[in-house]
Structures are given as C-alpha cells and as structure tokens.
Design a protein. Structure first.
Length: 396
C-alpha cells in the first residue's frame, strides 16, 4: 500500500473512532427534558398529577431513560399560552433541552408547539391533543402519548347513540379542547342537540347555563370541564338545582377523575363517562402502576397520571432502541412511532399522524368497597378508534 493509501486508511479509521467516541459521549451526557404544564392554577389540577407520575416513572428507571441519565427541567405555564411560550423558549435557548413533554391544555400546547416544532425539537404530549396538530399542522417531531381531544367525547356519543337517547344538551369551556370535545360529540351523536353552550375557561358559577338546560328539557346533558374547580362546581351545582336524578348527566373521565371526585362527593355518583383508562383496568402494566403510585403518594392515581406514565415508558422504549442517542433524530422518531412499550391502557399504537389508535371504554362513578368514590370500569364502547384528522396530515 502506498503512503498516500495508508494515510487515507488511517484518517478514515481515526474519523470512525472519533464518531464512535462522540456518540458514546452523547449517550453518557445527561438527556435534558423540559416538562411544562399548568402546575399552580385551581382551574386545572391535572399538571401536578402528571408531574408526580412522570417523576415516579423516571425513578423506577433509576433516573434514566434508555439507559441515559436525565436532567428534568420543570416549568409552570400558569394556565397562560404566552407564559407557556416564554417557558419553552427559555428551555430551548438557555437550558438546551432535547425534548419537551407535559402539556395539559390544548390552547397552550398549540402555542408552544408552534414555537418548538419549527426548531425540530421533539414534543411528547402527556395530555393535550389539539385537532390542528392531529391534522394539517402535524409534525414528525410531535407525538401525543395521550389522545386526540375529539375522541374522548366521541366515545360517549357512540354509547348514547346506541342507547337511543333522542335529545342532548352539551356544554364545555370556550377554548381549543372544549370546542374539540363538543365537535367530536356532534360528529358521532345523531340525535337532536337541544342546547350547545360554551363558557369562559375560568367560569365557576353555572346558574344561568343550568337554567337554560332545565328550560330545554333534554333527555341528557353532556359536559366537559377541566379537572379542577370548574368541573367540581358544575357537578355540584347540577345536583343543587335539582337536575340530578331527573336529567342524566354524562361526561368524560378528564372531568370526573381522582382529583375532582373528592370535591364533588355524592353529586358525582352514577355519572357515566367515556374514557381510555380506569384504575381498575386489569392488565399487568396497570396493576403495577397503580400499586406503585399509591405506595408513593398515598392516593389513587388519576387518568392524567396514567397517561404521563405511558409517556415515560414510550420515551424510554424509543431511547433504548437508539442506545440513548436522541441525537439520531430519524432513528429516534421511528422508534417512537413503533411504540414498543407495555401501556397501562392495555393496547397502544400510533396512527400516521402520531396520535393514538385506542379503545374507548365506558366508566361510571360509584363507591368502592372501602367507601371511596371512584370511576369504575363498565364496558368497551369501541375498539381501535382513530381520530378524524389523520387524513389531513401530510407528514413531511
């Protein structure tokens, strides 16, 4: 071999070794993950449960994801889109995070996504599932470990349609998820909509809206309010004005969860709701999660905690597939798409728009053997349900 040929071989070998060393160093350096959610607002209490579950899942993996140490940077969006945008910009520009997760409310998640995704940084939503990102604004870098918002109400609409309920009043807060949920309900319910009402996100008194519902005299009422004071107040006021027991109230698990049920008390008993998960679902991953959460926090986990746990396991599974190297962007994206993890929901797979195809279930509020008010599993409503926006998604 000539000296020139030998030099080329030596240089190539050195380059390969340097690349390998660089990849190994990247895998050993802490993975910076930004967690942003509403953590301090009485209007939405889901963020704290999501964070507790995410930390618990991370702790069960010795503080590592895909075998790589994690530095978790937490921020409170204060239930304000502009604050959420400020926080994610700081995470990107100053903290140099490589993935952003959390995200409770859809309107805030939308604002954050429009800031983060153009920078080709991965986002894994643990709750928010806004329709624009499921459709025309879909991105290779956005994954919803949770659901698309419309589908949660579609489950209840399918159930009521099958039950032959003729007229319904529907009510939700006037923001992205509230509009998505009522859109989903109307998509699958073919009976008459007696009244359709949207209220401010921070409204706590529903006397006028309940009077309108009473006057309309529907066969049932479907409601959605964020986990927190609005959901609690709506259910209690519904009972206080005498509608409970006369006009059945239906909802989704995100309003009737382990965070709001203690405040609702007797007023919540009997309400049927659609859901992707309940604490009493019988599968190995869920049994282990519920036991671990109750042991750590001495309370029953909410659906928000369950979805956050799936998010941790999803990210871990994808990182394991790439030896912890999130820097291998295409490989990491494909590994997320594969979703090879044991879900607390039992089944989980992604559609082409990176939103789940999953089963819809019926649950009902009851007292368990201990006397606690819980959301108990009843039956399957629909299997392998996909959202209605995937066809609009032209994934780059």
């Amino acid at each position: 071999m000539s000296r020139l040929g030998l030099s080329i071989v030596v240089a190539a070998t050195a380059a390969l070794l340097a690349c390998a060393a660089s990849a190994e160093a990247a895998a050993q350096a802490p993975l910076k993950i930004g967690f942003v959610a509403s953590l301090s607002s009485p209007t939405s209490t889901a963020g704290r449960d999501m964070l507790d579950a995410f930390k618990l899942g991370l702790g069960a993996l010795d503080g590592k994801l895909g075998g790589r140490p994690v530095e978790l940077i937490v921020a409170d969006d204060e239930l304000k889109p502009d604050v959420g945008v400020q926080k994610v910009r700081k995470m990107l520009d100053e903290d140099r995070v490589q993935l952003i997760t959390g995200m409770v409310l859809s309107n805030i998640a939308l604002a954050e996504a429009r800031t983060v995704l153009p920078r080709k940084t991965f986002m894994v939503s643990l709750n928010a599932g806004p329709s624009p990102i499921a459709g025309a604004e879909c991105s290779p870098y956005f994954f919803a470990a949770s659901y698309q918002a419309d589908t949660s109400s579609e489950g209840m609409a399918i159930y009521l349609q099958n039950q032959g309920v003729k007229t319904m009043s529907i009510i939700a807060p006037n923001y992205a998820a509230g509009r998505d949920l009522l859109t989903g309900f109307k998509r699958c319910y073919k009976g008459k909509i007696a009244t359709e009402t949207y209220t401010p996100l921070d409204q706590f008194d529903f006397a006028a809206e309940l009077a309108e519902i009473r006057a309309a005299a529907p066969d049932g009422v479907f409601f959605f309010y964020t986990s927190g004071a609005p959901a609690i107040n709506f259910v209690k006021q519904y009972a206080e004005v005498g509608l409970k027991g006369k006009v059945p109230l239906y909802g989704v698990a995100f309003s009737l969860d382990e965070l709001t049920l203690p405040g609702m008390g007797e007023a919540a008993l009997g309400i049927e709701n659609s859901t992707f998960w309940t604490a009493d679902m019988d599968n190995p991953a869920n049994r282990a999660f519920v036991a671990r959460f109750e042991a750590a926090y001495h309370r029953r986990p909410s659906i928000f905690a369950a979805l956050a746990t799936d998010g941790v396991m999803l990210i871990d599974s994808a990182l394991r597939a790439v030896d912890g190297q999130i820097e291998r962007t295409d490989d990491f994206r494909h590994a997320l798409e594969a979703a090879k993890f044991a879900s607390v929901r039992g089944k989980f797979r992604f559609n082409t728009n990176h939103f789940p195809i999953q089963d819809l279930h019926l649950a009902q509020i009851e007292r368990d053997k201990s006397g606690a008010i819980v959301n108990a599993y009843r039956q399957l409503i629909a299997e392998d349900h996909a959202d209605s926006y995937a066809a609009q998604c032209k994934m780059p």
